[in-house]
Every structure is written in structure tokens, then in C-alpha cells.
Design a protein around this ligand. Sequence first.
Ligand SMILES: [Zn+2]
Length: 1118
Amino acid sequence: MYRLTKKKSTRSLYLTIILVFLISLFTAFVYYFVLIDELEIKPKTIVNNNDNIEKQINYRLSGLELGLKQNRDLLKSIRYKLDKVFKDINENINKQNEEIEILDYIRDNSICLSKKSENVFKSNISLSDVYEELKFDNTDGGVWKQGWELIVNETAFTKANKLKVFVVPHSHNDPGWIKTFDRYFREQTKHILDNSVNKLSQNTKLKFIWAETSYLSAWWETVKDDQMRVKMKQLAESGQLEIVTGGWVMNDEANVHYFAIITQLVEGHEWLMDHLGVKPKYGWAIDPFGLSPTMAFILKEMGFEGMVVQRVHYAIKKYLAYNKQLEFRWRQSWESNVDNDIVAHIEPFYSYDVPHTCGPDPKICCQFDFKRLPPSRVKCPWKVPPQKITDNNIHQRSLLLLDQYRKKSMLYKTKSLLVPIGDDFRFDKTDEWDLQSENYQKLFDYMNSRPEFNVEIKFATLSDYFESLKGQTNLPTLTGDFFTYSDRDDHYWSGYYTSKPFYKRFERILESHLRSTEIIYSLATIVNHHSIDRLNALLPMFVYARQNLALFQHHDGITGTAKDVVVNDYANRMFKSLENLEKISAQSIINLLHYETNDLNELKFVDKLPNSYTPSVKTVFTIDNNDQIWYFVIFNSLGFSTHELVCIHVKPILNNWCIKDNDGIQVENIQINKVWAMDKLLDDRIEACFTIHMKALSLVQYSVEVCNDIKSHRTPSAVTLYNFDNKYNNITENIISYDETPTEIHLETDNIGLKFSGADGMLRQMTINDMTINLRMKFMTYGTRPGSKKVQKSGAYIFLPDNENAQDLVYSNCKIRITKGNILTKFETIIEKPIPIRHQIAVIKDKKYIEMENEFLITHSLFGNKELMIRFFSDIENSDIFYTDLNGFQMIKRKRYTKIPLQGNIYPMPTTVYIEDEMHRLSVLSGQPLGTTSPRSGWVDIFLDRRLLQDDQRGLNQGVVDNRKTRETFKLLLERVSTVPSRVPQELKPTLESQLELQKLLTPPVLMYSTFKSTLSEVYFLHNPFPCNIHLMNLRRSSKGNKYNLFLHRWAVSCEAKCANASAIELTKHFSPIVTKSLQPLISRMSLSALYEKESDISIDSKLNINEMHINVYQLQT
Ligand SMILES: [Zn+2]
């Protein structure tokens, strides 16, 4: 690290001299020739390194532009030529300097200026425009409460234009909700699947769709009769039983990260191919509480042709229904290629149960749910029970039902009508199968036999329905998302964005470990493929981890909307998964670095979870004898190199310890911090922090050991305490205690200046890279709607605040602890009452962001029915506009509306929220999914946790009171958005910095330790990092052992990042020979879940083009 810095500074001095000369020369050129004639610049005149040349030139050009408005066109053409020149320069630089730091990328604003306005296709329906237009007034529509009275036009149905009704039997099986996955399977799902196989085999007219592969897998494993498996395979192959979506679960779409969506779908699809030999083509997401276009993108990339969704805000449903736009081609906001749209279908009514799927009147539809035939325990709440279909009533019953079908069909453009029949865990008893199939078949036969009805009706699957749509009509295109969902009144489902954040954070930790283990495991099996027996033996443990990460993506898993017993089951599965990943990573690293031991228990994570309900703790390395050596290995799973802070806890019984790098050279600069638990000093250990440089995709070994000749500077940080007990003054060096807090506290490092208030221990002002903004933070709370038990209140799903205004969290005498060192500086605020909170703002040397960490426990009885939130008050003038991400995959613009209540203005923040004005963008990157909003210009709210004492009447039947001690991590970035006079709007693209910092927050390097030494101390798998916007999303070994799917994601980053131009990569130029030499020379390009081969026999050294925003999958073979 030190050496590198020195080298750099010499180089920049040298370059600066050349630059000054070149810039003067160039400026002279421009002044002389711009007004006379178009300038011809040949690359050679300025080919000579360094980033600053472009910055300087751009600066000059920008100045010129202001004065020479009339010559704008001319300048544009010069810029175009300069771009070409710079491209050449940069290609040269990249070739010459493979060590170049990722953040040293070329910031070239001329790209922004010269960029032609992209040919973005305008969609017919933009949901943000619909939001603008709608009143959200919730008028009573009669029997269709959230719609209007529908009157059938009898003449619309003729012999030539019959209504085609596709009745689709389904059963919605939550993989955990009120019961655990296993209990549901044992008591209900097993029977549903048994019966489906039997009943479908007996009646070929009957059809059934199934979505959750986790349950298929459980059934497959437990079914005793092999003939049942054969039958299921036949039914799936023939399409009589259609697998829809086919993910491990029907995932949530608000909190999930796109890596996890892809993982859970790949897991399901791989199982389906291996066991049933089928590829799902249609999506089915009837229960997720709001819907994301990321899902549409992913399904399309997986080869899907259509999708059905259900939980859309009732006002949006009504609007789309009124305009016959409930079927559309869902388009991504950045997309210009029509081939990337996917056909989507929204069910128009309140729910996916039978009363709400046949037509607008639930009182009538319920009469056609034959499970409710008396004397069934399940009854129709509208008090009119179904009637068994007989010869006497069939005419009347048919007309009654057909009228509903016709009314529903009026909401769509075509004469094809989808009618799901089913509900949660339906079709578990043979009786129900018989009642539904027999009564419906009678109705179908009768209706089909009456020509004057002009109807064709049958049992069907989604394929049958979507096939019938093909070529019928041109569907409108739609862009946008379906958050925040409301099913009725002002009941917005924004609570689940934050419910049970402990497990939301746990999920992100597991996700990060799953990704890094996938990659290291694949690399280990590729590189040492002759000795992979031990690794092969671990595959079942790996599959367990993949499947349980997948399981938690369920829409009652990561959402925090399952019963406590189910949450504990998920947590135990995730904990066990993490233990499995630790072992698999250990064995992979042992193989790769040739350890002295082959025992995988000898290599452990440094950060470990003691159990499934506490935050992680750090392993303490005791140095108590002269031969003591702790080895630790650091894995950078990212495709770029980086300088990262590493902190380990040491118990130095002997004082002459040191840290050595992979070359055996002592780390020169170590910061020594004291270790605290809230306000208590843990004086048996210290924290040693140092910076390491990690090459792209590399493993490197360090050690902590006794050294006779200490060369490093072990600099203790200085600790200042306010409001602490005085006792630390006397017993411990480098601590100064004060009884009183000053009104203002300033902290300065090289890049960053922070100003805090002493009164509440919270930030007031922030300066990063010469940009200063007032930024005040405050913990605040919301209560829930007051009143009797009958009043709807907040619960696991729903947020219904007591007031539009949040209350301050009132506390006094907070303790403040400042730890100031030459690498890391921390400002910690410790609040004891009413709830314990540790709030930390940290700054790391050479980093241009601040870190925020909040640790809290809100179980105190005073905190019942409260939501904890942190508010940022800034002077950024964002008005009512803010931006949030969808699934960590794309950004979306949000607008705060006064016509929508507070709870409806809250949006999911799976990873990011930012606000901006002409000058600055303030981004908050989050290590866990939470809810967010901007309640006023300059403000950002982030919900941290919630404790709710009652059920919110959506079936869970309990509140949220199992709060855990939770640690949440964030990064805050302040960026200049306007560096050029005429900025091209780039609002939907994060900067490269924020993409990189987010990636590092979500997938930090993995630290493991051992007392055994490895033979190799460093391996790097990329000898040339990927271009800075190509993200190594995954390298996943498939169930067919020698196949590996490489997922490369090309980020969209704002225009000034030069790497945005580099779309083609060559694998052999990046992967080290140790990797490529074991690979076959030909690779294939696959669809996103590897179900389809898109292109075969591609040479491994050919140029691979990855479009912006896309994730390309290449299948490699050993
Ligand atoms: Zn569900």
C-alpha cells in the first residue's frame, strides 16, 4: 500500500509537468482554430497518459462554450473527435497499466455532453404519469366496490366472436407462513400434490398449475411409490400439469435483491430440468405485495413469454381496467428494443380467491366455489351458498356465471378470458377435486352446447390462455412499477418493507456468503479439477444453502410477515446454511492454497454468528506464546481490485506481535483501537485496523504472530469520552473523559469534515471533497392509529401511522465516544433510554463516503406500537422528487403526493435512496432492505425497525413483537451532479462510485482464519480486472458437475465513467491462465437461468458483448 502510493505520487508529478505543457499547447490550438475552421486533431498529438488531461481540456472547453454559444455545433463536432481521441488514449493507458485502481477511472464529462439523445421508446402507459393523473379517491363502485357498474353489451359476443374462457385450477402454497414449510408440506401440500397426480391422471380434461418448486422437491423426496413420480413427470411433460414461474418460491419483489431472485429461480429451474424435464414459460405471482419490473426483466431474460400478477393498488387496477389496459407489454425504463418486452396480465379484482376471479360480483362468484357447498365448514361471507349443479338448475346457473365472465371480459381487449379457480392450500382433499371438477365440467358442457351463449369454456393452463392471445391484438406498452400496494381504503402495505429487519440483514449476510462461496467453490473445482473429491462430497451441503437462501425470498419470508415459529425456522435454516458455506469455503481455500491441513474445520470465518438471533461477533486472536501464529486468508470475490480496511480483534498477552502480509513483510501502519460493548470497555482485547490492497478476484494470506523485530507503526487511536464514567481516565492511556459535552464537535480528516451537535450527539454538517451541506440526523418515531380494537392499525404488512408528523425520540445525557486514528475515525452516540441505541458515524482514510451503523433493541414496553426511523434533514432542494432502487438492479424516480397518505408515499429501499438538486446528490446505500421516503424537500426518512402489538387483519393473526438486537449498516455519499454547464439528465443511473461502494457494502471481502499455514500465500484468478462497469455477479457450478455458469452484469452508470463505453470483454484476457487452462476452448451463451442455449460454440477468446443493464450467462466447461 505504502509503496504503491509513493510510486503513484512520483508518476503524477512527472505527468503534471507534461500535462501543463500539453494543456497550454492545446488551449492555444483551440483558441486559434475554433473560430476559423473545424479542427483536425490526430490522436498522436496528445497521446500520452493520465486522466487529468481530459478533465483539464473539458474544463477549458466548458469555459469556451459559455462564450461561444454560436459555435456550439462546431464544438460538438470537436468533442466528438476528442472522444475518439480519448478512447484511443484510454485504451493505451489500460493496456499499459493493468494495476490501475478501479476508482481512478477516467471521468470524462465530454461523454455526457456529446452523448446523442438516446432513441428511447416511449411507452403507451407510464405509471408515473398515471400517478400524476389519478385522484386516489376510492369511490364506492357497488358490487365491484373498487370499480364501477359493468353492463354487458350482448351484441359483442357472436358466433364468429365467441368468448373463450380458460378456467385455471390452482393452489397457492406458501413455503412457510402460519405453519413452517415442513408442517405445511406434511399436513397439506403433500396431499395436494398426491391428489393432483391422481386426479389429473384419471381425467385428461382437468388441468392444474403449480408454482413452488420447493414443494415439488419435498414431494419428490418423500413419495413412496415410484409410479407417482413417473406420472407427475408425464403430466408435466404433457402440460396437463403446468409449472408456472417454477422458482423455489414465489418471491417477494420489494425487499429481495436481484442476485437472490436469480438464485431462487435458477434453483427451481435446475430442479425442474433435472427431475421433470420441463421449462416454465409463464410467470404467476398472485400474492407478492406489490410488483417490480425487475421481475419482468428477469423472467424475460430466462425465456418467459408472459406473466400473471395480482396485487396491484386498487386505484391503478381500476384505471387500467377502465382503459382495457390490464394486459400490456411490460417494458424496462431504459429499454429501446421491443423484443425485450414481456406480456403481463393483471387480475382486476380484490383477491385471487374464487369470489374475486370469475367477475365483478363476489357474492355471485362465491357461489361457484364448490368447496363451499353446504355442509362445508368454509362458507360464503355474502351469505349465498353455492348450489350443486343439477339438470334443474344448470340453465340458470350457467347464465348467472356467464354474465360474470362476460363482465370480466369487458375489462380486456380480447375475447380470451382467464379465470383462476383456487385459493391458499386448495385441492388438498379428493372431495374438493371432485366437487370442483364435476360441477364445473357440467357447466362447461352445458355452456358449450348452447350456440346462443357464444362461449367456449374449458379447464386450462396459463399456456393455453397466453397461446390464445397471440396475434389477437397489439397490447399497449407500460413502464414503471407497482409499489406501494394498497388493497383497500388507505391501507398501504409499506410496513413489510421494514418488518423484522434483523432477519432482513441476516439475509443479506447469507446472500453475500453464498455468492462468494459459489465463486470460490467453482474456482477450486476448476483449478484443481483432478482432486475435487472432497469438494464434490460437499455439494449436498451447498445445495442446502442455496435452497434455504431461496426459501427466505418467499413473500412471507424476507417480508417479515410469517408467524414467530416460522421465522425461527427460517433463521435456523439460514444459520445452518451459513455454517455449511463456511465449511465449503474452507475446503475450497484449503485446496486452492494447499494448506498443511485437510481438515475443513481448521479454517473459520473471522466474523461469526453465535446463533440465529444475534448480530455477528469478531473472533479474538490470543497472542500468548512465542510460537503463536494466526493465519488469516482474505478473499476478494469482486472483479475489481480495491483498498479495504481490515480490522481484527487481538488479545495480546505478549506485546511483541505484528501483522505480516503474504510476502512475510510486516504491515507498516496499524491503528490500535479499544474495544467497547456499548459504554463498557472490554480491556482484555484490542482492535487492530490496517488497509490492504486486494487484487481483483484474489485470495491472499496474512498472519498475526510474535515478531522479535517490530517494524510496524502501531498507533493507538485517541479516545474522547463525553458523559461517560470518569474511571477510564485513571486506568487507561489515550482516553480523555469529560463530564460535559461541548455544543459542537468537529471532526476532520483529509477528505471529510463533520460537525456534530453535542446536545443530541447527531450530525449537523458534512463536507466531502470541498462540498459542504447541512445534514442533520435525528431518530424519530411513529405510533399507530388510535382507537378501539376495531380500528385498523399497523401490523406486519401495513403501516397506519397515528399522525402525518413523526415524533422526536426524546433522550437526554447521551454518551459520546470519539475514536480518532490515522486510518479510521469513529463518532459514536450511545443512547440508553427509552431504548438502547448505538449510532456510529465512521470515516476511513482515503474514502470519500461516510459509514453509518445503528445498533438497537426496541423491546422495551414503552416502545409498543412504535416505528423507529432516522431522518436526514439536508439543504438539498429535491422538492418532492426522490429516487429509490428496485431490487438493487435499477433506480426509479419517486414523487411525493399529498393526495396519497404518508404510508402510501413510503417505498422499498432494497439498497439505495438518493435525493438531488442542481448541485448535489446525497445517496444512502443500505446493507439491508428497509422502507424509505422523502417527506419534505431536503429530507430523507429511513425506517429502522417496528414493534406492533396487534394483527393487521391480513391473515397472519399476530403482531410483530419478536424484535432482536439489530445492527444495520449504511454508506452515505455526497456527489457533485453538475460539473458541466449543460448536463444531460442522468437521474436514473447511479454513479460508478456509488455502484462500487454499494457492491463493497453488500459483498465485503471474506476473512477466514486458521492456525495452519498454507503453501501458497496468494492466488489471483484475474490477471486483468474486468472493465469497471462489468460486475462478476456469479460463477455457479451447475448440478452437472463440470459445467459452470458465469454471470456477468454490465451496470448502467452515469455518463462520466469512461468504462461505460467498454462493452466487449474477452475472458482469456481477464481470467488467469490457472483458470483458463482447465477450461474447454468453446463456451456457450445461456438464458438467465441456463434453461436455453442462446449461442453455442463461442471461442473462449472471442469478444463478448454485454449490453448495458444486461446479465449475460456464459457456460464454461472443464
Ligand atoms: Zn402467499
